[in-house]
Ligand binder design. Structure first.
Ligand SMILES: Cc1cc2nc3c(=O)[nH]c(=O)nc-3n(C[C@H](O)[C@H](O)[C@H](O)COP(=O)(O)OP(=O)(O)OC[C@H]3O[C@@H](n4cnc5c(N)ncnc54)[C@H](O)[C@@H]3O)c2cc1C
Length: 330
């Protein structure tokens, strides 16, 4: 009978992906609430440091799977390896962080095993002993609880930012680290990794800013950015943005706030035309005061805003600029 929880540990060049620790928090809590044992699996070549880092957390065992074919990530090798690990350990739940890598190979793996994958979850509930997984639909406007009726193992991935990595429970003594042998000889690797993508160098350190005016897709066009630049200037604030603005190259990447941008905690965060997707919120929710301007009263940003202005930013921002300038005697 399938039992226990297995956490997939993602690493690159021997460095742990920090979102694994977020998924670990979910895994630890599900393990405690459902009375199951939690273990983790690390793949690669020379991954003992990552295994030791995870073994310092509260779990039963860390399984290390090393093979030359796993030295660099490829979907074929990872699918082949995790398939064997799952078959050996027979867990009830396999938990991932919803990273690009996991999105690449987890659907292939679960299809190969003919099992269910509930992807991009933001939370879970236990109701009547059953695990319900919470997912967002309609661009984050509605949350749904999903129950899985198919046979375990059930594969689950958690969205970045859904849990806080610093809440991962540490173990009193290091957990057991065990080498798991699998046979990779029959696994054909059909792709060759290219040189790794180099992220843009960070030129602006928004973490030090006391005030931030952040702009989202509600601004509609690059020309309209003038409006929020003026607001930032009038308030003595740094300008930041949600991801679509940086993806469009309207502002440089180092101004992006969120799970794939900077994490900030200013005294004031003014979100202009930003919906409040979890990947954005994770980067700014610790701001002391959050003010949101959005024409949609149901936008999720209002859930975390201290002050919310429901309305058209093209009317509100000019009024704010005028007031800010007036108060400074300009
Ligand atoms: C792996 C991954 C990582 C990601 N990382 C990040 C990240 O680091 N940072 C990030 O921001 N996103 C990130 N995203 C994207 C994220 O999921 C959202 O798509 C993004 O944050 C949405 O940006 P937005 O709020 O500007 O746009 P939208 O969601 O399109 O929202 C625009 C908002 O503007 C409002 N609006 C429109 N017109 C007006 C008007 N005239 N006046 C007032 N309000 C108006 C709308 O009501 C809406 O709420 C990531 C996604 C993935 C999958």
């Amino acid at each position: 009978m399938s039992e226990g929880i297995l956490l997939f540990v993602e690493q690159r060049d021997g460095v742990l992906n920090r979102t694994t620790l977020e998924a670990l928090v979910a895994a630890q809590r599900i393990a405690t609430e459902t009375g199951q044992k939690l273990s983790a699996a690390v793949f690669g070549s020379g991954v003992s440091a990552v295994a030791a880092e995870i073994a310092a957390k509260a779990l039963e065992a860390v399984y290390v799977v090393e093979d030359a074919k796993l030295a660099e990530y490829t979907p074929d090798a990872y699918t082949g390896a995790l398939k064997q690990v799952v078959q050996q350990l027979d867990p009830k739940y396999v938990i991932f962080s919803h990273t690009y890598q996991v999105r690449d190979f987890a659907p292939r793996l679960t299809a190969a095993l003919n099992k269910s994958l509930v992807g991009d979850c933001i939370g879970y509930k236990i109701e009547g002993g059953a695990l319900l997984l919470t997912r967002q639909i309609f661009q984050g406007k509605i949350n749904t609880d999903v129950s899985v009726s198919s046979e375990p193992p059930i594969f689950i991935s958690f969205q970045a930012g859904s849990y806080r990595a610093d809440q991962a429970a540490a173990s009193e003594s290091a957990s057991r680290i065990e080498t798991l042998s699998i046979d990779m000889s029959g696994v054909e690797v059909r792709s060759k990794p290219e040189e790794k993508f180099q992220e843009a160098k960070q030129a602006v350190d928004l973490t030090q800013a006391e005030r931030i005016v952040s702009v989202g897709r509600g601004i509609k066009s690059e020309e309209n950015l003038r409006l929020v630049k003026d607001l930032a200037e009038a308030l003595g604030a740094e300008l930041a943005a949600s991801r679509p603005i940086c993806d469009n190259e309207w502002l440089p990447m180092d101004r992006q706030i969120g799970s794939s941008g900077q994490t900030v905690a200013p005294k004031l965060y003014l979100a202009v035309g930003i919906s409040g997707a979890i990947q954005h919120v994770v980067g700014m929710k610790n701001a002391q005061t959050i003010v949101a301007i959005n024409k949609d009263a149901e936008a999720p940003i209002f859930d975390i805003a201290d002050y919310g202005i429901v309305g058209d930013l093209f009317e509100i921002v000019p009024a704010l600029i005028a007031e800010a300038r007036k108060s400074q005697g300009q």
